[in-house]
Design a protein around this ligand. Structure first.
Ligand code: F6R
Length: 610
């Protein structure tokens, strides 16, 4: 939620920051702003709306500067107004600051500062930080000491970048609880909430740890820890390249990302499956003894990541002998579920920054569990806090609605399940070989489904005007139905509910009528016939059926108004194939309705608030 960026170098800072903000816009897009250091003064430009609206102002004013900070906002404190947009500055306009996160004790600090005569012009928690910073700086005259005091006073989460009026060759940034990464260029430096912000300029990155403070100048950077001690920081080469963060000829990032799923699966499997076995020993320092010690596994996540976890639940149940529990992070963290050193706790998060998932992880870790992160972002808070990490290898996902990371998460979880099964001796070698052989075919099968996009267009056309949809599936197809309904509601704003097909008769069947399309996920698997009965129940109420079935199926076709066929695969792998038509259906309906597909209303990609 919210994206921040800072730049110092030789280029036109206004152009660079605007470009970087465009790449961070997935984090929040209700207003945007920039502060530039120009001839010992700070100039601030802000606008409500998209980064492009800010760009229109800058286009007219054409400011020239070589250092600055920028922000794209997802409103938390105060409405969407120019006054509430960042950057904020102190009363004397000596500092300007951008912030991603939430300050929990801002009202106390604000009251205290107001008593001292400070005046505020916004409703934000952020404005309080910059006033406090200016006050403390008056006394210390040293930025590092000032930030150290701030870190002690502020409660909540923050990643902050600051420019100072009379300090032409530096910008500062610091973090606690929210992500911040430095980009190291030639004669230029960046700080940003996420790597795509500076990918066109550099692939050298430094991840700031909790509580760290960085000083950036065109010549380089220095980092201090929370206690004010200088730190040595490793520079990492980012694997992503700039094309991965571009639309590449597609009209929307989401569309491109749906089409990248075959490639994501190939990268996820590469080097991890060979000779009929899954081998994660280079990434997971797990001995057969560790693996034998665990007797339960908790898989915890939010949103789409939770649905990927629900799919994986079936795989862990089938291939291992562990007790499997899957929960939503915002529920898990408040429950009293048995969790101890015999528990493997798996946290699934594309961003690795989701506040509830992080909090759940901290709880499980405190309870003694071994924590594994499944994430797409190396260096994310989650990746840094857990005992073990498996990366998705999906490349940056810019569309707010998750698609390719869902596929990457399922694949990575499946790899973990097969690996654990072997370490625990619960899967026979020939069965593992058979499964891995099929797993390696899945990227090609996903690409075959993508070729069916033309069949989905007429389906989208016939139902884009409907107000309600029902998605149903059983067994491993139930979480696929949940994900299909989530995609549709997120990007088209059409109400869509998902149910385990067998539950329909216990309530939701009352909704059915000719205007409510029922999307049924029914590949040829052990639940196929049961789901066919549920299709018939819906047909009997005259609801139009959209079926997702296996190639050559005639029974689903018989009852359905439209079908999309997917290649045959083993039951466990079918979600990789059946989810694709649902993603495309949601995409094309939203496109017909002219929705903001990559930036749906009220949403942001990285949910760093609880
Ligand atoms: C849906 C979506 C969200 C995220 C959820 C968790 O399309 O993107 O539901 O899946 O906010 O985010 P991560 O995976 O970053 O923890």
């Amino acid at each position: 939620m919210c994206g921040i960026v800072g730049y110092i170098g030789m280029k036109n800072a206004s152009d660079v920051i605007l470009d970087s903000l465009r790449r961070l816009e997935y984090r929040g897009y209700d207003s945007a702003g920039m502060a530039l250091g120009i001839d010992g003064q700070i100039e601030i430009y802000k606008e409500v709306g998209k980064v492009a609206d800010l760009g229109a102002i800058l286009e007219k004013r054409k400011p020239l500067a070589t250092r600055g900070i920028g922000h794209t906002r997802w409103a938390t404190h105060g409405g969407v107004t120019v006054a509430n947009a960042h950057p904020h500055s102190d009363g004397s306009k000596r500092f300007a600051l951008v912030h991603n996160g939430i300050i929990e004790n801002y009202l106390d600090i604000k009251e205290e500062l107001e008593l001292e005569g400070e005046e505020f012009i916004s409703e934000t928690d952020t404005e309080v930080i910059v006033h406090l910073l200016a006050k403390v700086f008056e006394q210390t005259q040293d930025m590092i000491q000032t930030v150290t005091v701030l870190q002690e006073r502020l409660r909540g989460s923050f990643a902050i970048a600051v420019i100072q009026q009379d300090c032409d060759d530096r910008i500062f940034c610091f973090r606690k609880g929210s992500p911040l990464v430095l980009g190291i260029g030639e004669g230029e430096m960046f700080c940003a909430s996420d790597i795509p912000a500076f990918l066109p300029y550099t692939r050298q990155a430094v991840y700031l740890d909790e509580g760290e403070i960085a000083e950036l100048s065109p010549r380089g950077f220095r980092v201090w820890n929370e206690g004010g001690t200088l730190q040595e920081k490793p520079v990492n080469l980012v694997e992503w390249d700039v094309d991965m963060a571009e639309k590449g000829g597609f009209s929307h990032y989401m569309h491109k990302e749906i089409h990248e799923q075959g490639m994501v699966l190939r990268s996820t499997l590469k080097g991890r499956v060979s000779e009929g076995q899954v081998d994660l020993s280079e990434e997971l320092d797990w001995s057969p003894r560790d693996a034998a010690r665990w007797n339960r596994i908790h898989i915890i996540a939010c949103g789409t990541s939770y649905y990927a976890a629900l799919v994986a639940e079936r795989a862990f149940e089938k291939w291992t002998d562990l007790d499997v529990k899957v929960d939503i992070a915002s529920e898990y963290r408040y429950r009293r579920i048995k969790c101890d050193q015999d528990t493997l706790a798996v946290f699934v998060s594309q961003s690795g920054e989701t506040a509830d998932t992080l909090a759940a992880q901290r709880k499980a870790r405190a309870d003694g569990a071994h924590c594994l992160a499944i994430t797409n972002v190396r260096g994310s808070t989650l990746a840094r806090e857990v005992h073990s990490v498996l990366l998705l290898k999906a490349g940056p996902e810019i569309g707010v609605a998750a698609t390719k990371t869902f596929t990457g998460q399922m694949a990575t979880l499946f790899l973990a399940a097969l690996y654990l099964a072997r370490l625990r001796g619960t899967i026979a070698a020939d069965e593992e070989e058979r499964l891995t052989t099929e797993f390696l075919q899945i990227p090609y099968k996903v690409e075959k489904v993508l070729e069916k996009e033309k069949d989905i267009l007429p389906v989208a056309n016939t139902c884009a005007d409907r107000s309600n949809f029902l998605f149903i599936g059983r067994g491993i197809s139930f979480p696929v139905a949940l994900e299909g309904a989530l995609k549709l509601k997120e990007i088209s704003y059409i109400h869509a509910e998902a149910y385990a097909a067998g539950e329909m008769k216990h309530g939701p069947i009352a909704l059915l009528e000719p205007k409510v399309p029922v999307v049924v996920v029914n590949p040829r698997d052990s639940m196929y016939e049961k789901t066919l009965s549920n299709i018939q129940e819906a047909r009997a109420r005259n609801a139009p059926i959209i079926g997702i079935c296996t190639e050559g199926d005639i029974l689903v076709k018989k009852h359905a108004r439209a079908v999309v066929e997917v290649p045959w695969t083993d039951e466990e792998f079918s979600p990789f194939l059946t989810v694709v038509p649902l993603q495309l259906l949601a995409y094309h309906i939203a496109k017909i309705l002219e929705r903001e597909i990559d930036q749906p209303r009220n949403l942001a990609k990285s949910v760093t608030v609880e």
